[in-house]
Design a protein. Structure first.
Length: 123
């Protein structure tokens, strides 16, 4: 069964640098991981992560999304957004930037500044 989240991806996106997102949202980039990468979309389900995605790893009812970060990266995620606990769970040999939110990472990703992800079509 396909996740409904996979069906709501924007048709067009604009790549954003992780460092720019960190500055815009007041996030920190976890030490020991790469400092920058380009992201084009957001995925909150590791099973639908695609190349260029920012994987949002949040605590769930039974597990923490950070436990699935390696799978999201294997599927192409360019960076991970999580909380302090999630940052501790991510493998030290992770190859993508890890953004750490002081507050709920889902709330941070929902507060996108205007024009953060998609460029409006020209008419």
């Amino acid at each position: 069964m396909t996740s409904p989240f996979d069906r709501i991806r924007p048709a067009a996106t604009t790549a954003r640098q992780v460092s720019d997102l960190a500055a815009a949202f007041g996030l920190t980039i976890a030490p020991g991981h790469p400092a920058d990468a380009a992201v084009t979309c957001v995925a909150s389900d590791n099973r639908v992560a695609r190349p260029g995605d920012l994987f949002v790893a949040v605590p769930g009812a039974r597990s923490h999304g950070a436990q699935f970060a390696a799978d999201a990266v294997a599927r192409g995620a360019s960076a991970i957004l999580t909380d302090a606990r999630g940052a501790e769970l991510i493998d030290s040999d992770n190859t993508v930037p890890v953004l750490v939110a002081a507050e709920d990472p889902a709330a941070s990703s929902a507060r996108s500044p205007p024009g953060c992800w998609a460029t409006p079509p020209r008419t």
